[in-house]
Write a protein that binds this ligand. Structure first.
Ligand SMILES: *Cc1c(COP(=O)(O)O)cnc(C)c1O
Length: 462
């Protein structure tokens, strides 16, 4: 080792010296000794490797930011300005205050989750939500599991294990995140009997496929795509008499499955769970956190004898909901009892039904603050944009919305990506979408204007 290196190495304090520095003591107070010790060792090793000299205070200053980052929650709040309201990667539906209060209470205390208070004995956890689901859909019975993929897995395993389920080739869907209908069917132990063609399936295709091994007919709502042109599909109304004639359950996977007619709020029509049951489906499965606007859950409603079979299946135990999510779900379903106030109280619906003019006014209000914060970095314009419902619901119907279009001043190849990264680096990350060289911030889902504006100051500094 050269003289110079030895000298510089001697210029580093010992671990103990750093730990005794007042600013390190303050960090230990906040984060605990173990994490601080690791950070000090890492910082000293880095200085040594770089042949840098440093004082105890330098090291203490150098570890503050890495420690803050390490202790910051991994799952954090973000601003969803992507224009996709029910964004699966951003946690789908925001929950109403009523659900948040119910969840907090259930988390803090013991509850009557599976306890019948009147009888003083064992109760059923699904009873907390089954009554509401029956009332809201007209079904005889209902149950809830972890998510809709789980609901489908459970229904297929309980009713068609070792036997065939008939599905149209036009409905063999893949939902994002490795949910493919044929794979789910295989895992459920059900044999897939594909019928018809990609674009056309007829009632006679179903009739011809029914044999001694048939356990059920499955209809899947093609929620994330649309087949257009020369097409034919068989509705639940047409399938129901055929299923009944052969004594086969007709199951409809609605996916998004809303409980109310969305046209009431000027939104496109999405088949409701009640409509599917009225059309003759024996069971309907749908998600809790898509158009329903609740927590992640998979709901199954329909014939009581079939629901009883699902409830008895061991997979139900593996896929059941915990008390916190049941509390949230119950609170959300209770809001549906009063459809007149639903749009005001249920955030998912409120955001979807938010008038374009309100969003445009917000864009006008925010433009100067954003322009000021990004002065010299990007030019900001108010833009007409289109939002999507998301989570596969109504993929082709877009909602007129408004937002800000950020055009980077610099013309370099990655300027817009850098701008997007800069907004993501804010303490509440702002997630937009890049479209033809501009960063688009769709303001439909921005309700907390103050929090958004306050943190813009950090952009000016960076
Ligand atoms: C979204 C969707 C699913 C999966 O639901 P999760 O609640 O995400 O598990 C299944 N089927 C259809 C038709 C869907 O749209």
């Amino acid at each position: 080792m050269s003289e110079g290196n030895r000298d510089r190495r001697a210029a580093l304090p010992s671990v103990d010296r750093v730990l005794q520095a007042p600013s390190t003591v303050a960090l230990i107070e906040r984060y605990g000794r173990g994490l601080v010790l690791d950070a000090v060792r890492d910082a000293l090793a880095a200085s040594r490797a770089a042949h840098d000299s440093a004082t105890a205070d330098d090291i203490a200053a150098a570890i503050a930011e890495p420690l803050r980052r390490r202790m910051r929650p991994s799952q954090r709040r973000v601003f969803n300005l992507t224009g996709t309201v029910l964004h699966t990667n951003l946690g789908r539906a925001p929950l109403p205050e009523e659900a948040i209060a119910a969840a907090t209470e259930a988390m803090r205390s013991p509850t009557n989750l599976e306890y019948d208070i009147d009888e003083g004995g064992r109760g059923e956890r699904d009873d907390h939500i089954a009554g509401w689901l029956k009332r809201l859909t007209g079904a005889e019975a209902a149950l809830a599991v972890n998510n809709n993929a789980g609901a489908l897995l459970l229904a297929l395993n309980a009713l068609a294990a070792g036997r065939e389920a008939i599905v149209s080739r036009g409905e063999l869907i893949e939902i994002g995140g490795a949910f493919r209908l044929p794979d789910i069917m295989q895992r459920a132990g059900t044999r897939l009997r594909e019928i018809g063609t990609t674009n056309r399936t007829h009632l006679r295709d179903f009739a011809d496929a029914i044999g001694p091994d048939t356990a059920l007919i499955l209809k899947v709502h093609t929620s994330n795509y649309e087949i257009q042109g020369f097409t034919a599909a068989v509705s639940a109304t047409q399938l129901a008499p055929l299923a009944r004639k052969h004594d086969l359950p007709l199951i409809e996977d609605l996916g998004s499955g809303t409980l109310v007619d969305l046209t009431r709020w000027g939104l496109p029509h999405e088949p409701t769970v009640a409509e599917s049951l009225q059309a003759g489906a024996d069971l309907v499965t749908f998600s809790g956190d898509k158009l329903l606007g609740g927590p992640q859950a998979g709901l199954v409603v329909g014939r009581a004898d079939l629901i009883a079979k699902l409830a008895k299946n061991p997979l139900k135990r593996a896929l059941r909901l915990d008390k916190v999510r049941l509390a949230m779900l119950e609170a959300v379903l209770r809001l549906y009892a009063d459809p007149d106030r639903l749009a005001a109280r249920l955030p998912a619906l409120r955001l979807l039904a938010r008038p374009r003019d309100d969003i445009a006014a917000l864009a006008e209000r925010l433009r100067p603050a954003v322009a000021d914060a990004l002065h010299g970095v990007a030019s900001i314009a108010v833009a007409e944009v289109k939002s999507q419902i998301g989570s596969g619901a109504l993929p082709v119907s877009l909602l007129p919305s408004a937002g800000l279009a950020l055009s980077p001043t610099e013309r370099s190849g990655r300027a817009v990506e850098n701008l997007a990264a800069c907004l993501r680096s804010l303490s509440i990350p702002v997630i937009g979408r890049i479209e033809s060289g501009r960063l688009i911030l769709d303001l439909r889902c921005l309700e907390d204007e103050t929090d958004f504006v306050v943190q813009l100051a950090a952009l000016r500094k960076s």
